[in-house]
Write a protein of this length. Structure first.
Length: 299
């Protein structure tokens, strides 16, 4: 009896781990899910043997087996059929559609955690830093990222509108730096924006403090990081003297534009599949109830 309950508890812990630490690659390994299924079969055979020998009430053992089976199915289904974890990047004030959630992520302008609004109604809040929130069969958590807030003026100091034709928020002056560019063997965050009034397109590479320290040509100032700006015309043709490096928070004049970038921390959202919480709750209740029943009858 003890061996059966220990085996069932081990299966339960393994599956609940997928909820507590979501999105780990091991959950999708074939051998891991085969091991879970094999362990359940062994437990089910053992429960049947105990029921036949009268060591415990058959209904109690059946309850244990059904609860363990529900947990096993939830864990194996999550490992074999759930989508890979993904990180959703959005600009402040942007809404990003997430098909897996059947809803949209709304990114705040500042000072508020992102919110999920579901198609079937309602919303999910509380996706704060340092933890995660369950929505349907997914765990949502914040991922801190460095983004770049840009400010653009013309030669007279007049502010110019920044657009992002390929970004999640067309008019946002905050670059989310969603891709990477190889610069001298360093993979660095990269983004681009347009300045329609000046007929300019600007490409930006962001250097953090560690990478910026490798740049001997970096002017003094800023907070330690730097931004490399490359200005071209609206047809993406290079402009003479259109490439320049500016410390974080400092301005540089290129191609008739005065450009300033300030690196700030802004969260992305990590979405990782978890076993269906309702099935987990049912499985745990049945397993615990059956185990207590078995122990009470034995005593």
């Amino acid at each position: 009896m003890i061996g059966l309950l220990v085996g069932c508890a081990a299966i339960a812990l393994a599956v609940l781990l997928e909820l507590v630490v979501p999105g780990q690659p091991i959950y999708q390994y074939g051998w891991y899910n085969a091991l879970l299924a094999t362990a359940f079969v062994v437990c089910a055979v053992r429960a049947r043997g105990l029921a036949r020998s009268g060591a415990a009430p058959a209904l109690a053992l059946l309850t244990v087996a059904v609860g363990t089976g529900a947990l096993t199915i939830a864990g194996v289904a999550n490992g074999l059929f759930a989508p890979d974890p993904q990180i959703v990047i959005g600009s402040p004030g942007a809404s990003v559609r997430v098909d897996d959630l059947r809803g949209s992520l709304y990114f705040p302008l500042a000072g508020v955690d992102p919110v999920v609004r579901l198609d079937r109604g309602g919303s999910v809040t509380g996706i704060g830093a340092g933890g995660f929130h369950i929505a349907a069969a997914f765990a949502l958590s914040q991922v801190p990222r460095q983004v770049l807030a840009v400010d653009v003026t013309d030669a007279r100091g007049a502010h110019l509108t920044v657009t992002q034709p390929n970004g999640s928020a067309f008019l946002s002056p905050v670059l989310t730096m969603p891709t990477q560019q190889n610069i001298a063997g360093m993979m660095l965050p990269f983004d681009t924006f347009a300045v329609p009034a000046a007929h300019r397109v600007v490409k930006v590479v962001l250097f953090d403090r560690r990478h910026a320290e490798m740049l001997r040509t970096l002017p003094p100032g800023g907070s330690g990081g730097a931004a490399l700006f490359s200005v071209s015309d609206e047809n993406d043709r290079a402009i003479p003297h259109g490439i320049g490096l500016a410390p974080d928070g400092a301005a540089v004049t290129l191609g008739g534009l005065r450009l300033k970038g300030l690196a700030i921390s802004y969260p992305a959202i990590r979405i990782a599949a978890v076993p269906v919480p309702l099935v987990l709750a049912l499985g745990v209740l049945l397993l615990l109830g059956g185990a207590i029943w078995c122990r009470l009858r034995k005593s």
